[in-house]
Design a protein around this ligand. Structure first.
Ligand code: ATP
Length: 191
């Protein structure tokens, strides 16, 4: 079974594309959702994060996201240490999940795959792209966020040009019907 990573910049349409694959019957693992669940359920993650950040890292058994975000804001080493605790557990959980699926391939959707090197753990990477202005407009409409806020989040991610060099398949997501056709074609070649 092939393990395929699906990524793209903020507002590119990763989730939209992931849903298209899911509708075609492909098992899809949403890394962000699973990471959130694991940070609350895994005793090892809880112990290691508490050792690193202090008891306040958890409130009544649930990760105190605001506290953690404030701590790692502007502290790259601490951010890397937090990721170093969470990412290996998510990778192991994904692999165990993938091993149970009965399909030609599975997909993991993740916002960050290239930036942290985890793209190397996949057989192939699908990159969803769209021009930056379109991505920002989409997220402004979706999240009711300011363009400044979104620009800041965009600036933490690699540019599409940089990611395109490492991607195996690119889905340019502008027109939804064209995207649907591209997904169906890719599905045929991956199945
Ligand atoms: P994020 O990284 O912020 O989670 P994402 O890459 O997962 O974003 P989506 O949530 O799929 O992106 O899409 C962002 C918004 O743009 C959503 O409201 C979605 O419905 C819309 N959208 C996605 N693709 C298109 C498209 N081709 N045309 C118009 N709207 C789109």
């Amino acid at each position: 079974m092939k393990r395929i990573g699906l990524t793209g910049g903020i507002g590119s349409g990763k989730t939209t594309v992931a849903k298209m694959f899911s509708k075609l019957g492909v098992p899809v693992y949403i890394a962000d959702t699973e990471a959130r669940k694991l940070t609350n359920s895994s005793k090892t993650i809880r112990r290691e994060l508490t050792e690193l950040l202090g008891e306040e890292a958890y409130l009544e058994g649930v990760l105190n996201r605001k506290f953690v975000a404030d701590k790692i804001f502007n502290d790259k080493a601490l951010l890397e240490a937090v990721n170093g605790i969470i990412h290996p557990k998510v990778a192991a959980h994904f692999n165990a999940w993938a091993a149970k699926q009965k399909s030609a391939y599975v997909i993991q959707e993740a916002a960050i795959l290239f930036e942290n090197g985890s793209y190397r753990n996949f057989d192939a990477i699908i990159l969803v792209t769209a021009p930056k202005e379109i991505r920002i407009a989409r997220v402004m409409a979706r999240d009711n966020a300011s363009s400044h806020e979104i620009e800041q989040r965009v600036s933490n991610q690699w540019s599409d040009e940089k990611k395109e060099k490492l991607a195996d398949f690119i889905i340019e997501n502008i027109d939804l019907e064209a995207t649907q056709k591209r997904v169906e074609n890719l599905h045929r070649s991956l199945s």
